[in-house]
Design a protein around this ligand. Structure first.
Ligand code: DAK
Length: 263
């Protein structure tokens, strides 16, 4: 791969967009490679993904403006579809994805982070949807996901004004869960990933599905989605081990790590 690195550590897959000279801007190759990387994730082993950018300056500074500048309408649509397909693949990926945002997250960069389940950032992070200043609308889900995450009023203010915000404001409006000094960001992302990875993977996956799918429908339908995914956990080795461990009164056994299974 030219622009993506992928490594696995302790059941956590780390995907790094590695195009620092262009501040990790998303061109077609980056999108294709990201798509291929997601296809290669071994879901028998990996329980959580972390998505980050190479270097200390930028997570992703948006879609590649150079590549986009000469697109025809048809090419623009094809580029948009490529991005949206990958972003949606991330959003609906079976396991949780943490965005570790280590600097600029502008345009497509902000949008890709919003396709992840959880966002944490370094204190130099900058978020924004500057597209209207470039004569376009956010095209990788920004108008939809930002409003859902931070609320309609804040999203409209940021998008209409093409106003960038810094890490502290992103934290205040709920766009990120936490802010860390740059050098502490990846350790914090790994710690968060490890906390998730030690829990029953089938249950974690079902929680992701329940939350994501439930938010798209009314409460009556959402509860049915939850019921189904709750029911799916039963008769799994994880459910038997998890509950069995609790019911065992032997404290030493209770402390042992439950050998949760990825199936
Ligand atoms: N695209 C391409 N190259 C970029 C880039 C980008 N988005 N952002 C930065 N670079 C490149 C710069 O051109 C420069 O390259 P060289 O000149 O060294 O070759 C290098 O990265 C370093 O950037 P700067 O020299 O500008 O660094 P500074 O620290 O001075 O400034 C900055 C950093 C992030 C403030 C600045 O680079 C900047 O404003 N970048 C653009 C940010 C931006 O506007 N991003 C949003 C892009 S629009 C669509 C769907 C989605 C989209 C479009 C269509 N469809 C449905 C069709 C998405 C659109 C966007 O994301």
């Amino acid at each position: 791969m030219e622009f993506i690195t992928y490594e696995v550590e302790n059941q956590v897959g780390i995907i790094t967009i590695n195009r620092p000279k262009a501040l990790n801007a998303l061109n077609s190759t980056v999108l294709d490679e990201l798509d291929a990387t997601l296809d290669q994730v071994d879901l028998e082993e990996v329980r959580v993904l972390i998505l980050t950018g190479a270097g200390e300056k930028s997570f992703v500074a948006g879609a590649d403006i150079g590549e986009m500048s000469s697109l025809t309408k048809a090419e623009g649509e094809a580029f948009g579809k490529k991005g949206n397909d990958v972003f949606r693949k991330l959003e609906t990926f079976p396991i949780p994805v943490i965005a570790a945002i280590n600097g600029f997250a502008l345009g497509g960069g902000c949008e890709i982070s919003m396709s992840c389940d959880i966002r944490i950032c370094s204190d130099n992070a900058v978020f924004g949807q500057p597209e209207v200043g470039l004569g376009i609308t956010p095209g990788f889900g920004g108008t939809q996901r930002l409003a859902r995450i931070v609320g309609v009023g804040k999203a409209k203010e940021m998008i209409y004004g093409a106003r960038n915000i810094k890490a502290d404001e992103a934290y205040r409006i709920g766009l990120v869960n936490n802010v860390y000094p740059q050098e502490e960001l990846m350790p914090a992302a790994k710690k968060l990933a490890a906390t998730i990875a030690k829990n029953a993977p089938i249950a974690v996956r079902n929680c992701k599905k329940a939350i994501n799918e439930g938010l798209q429908v009314d409460m009556d339908q959402a509860i049915v989605i939850e019921e189904k995914l709750f029911g799916d956990c039963f008769e799994t080795e994880d459910q038997k081990a998890g509950m069995g461990n609790f019911l065992e009164k032997d404290k030493t056994k209770k402390l042992k790590v439950v050998p949760f299974k990825n199936r």
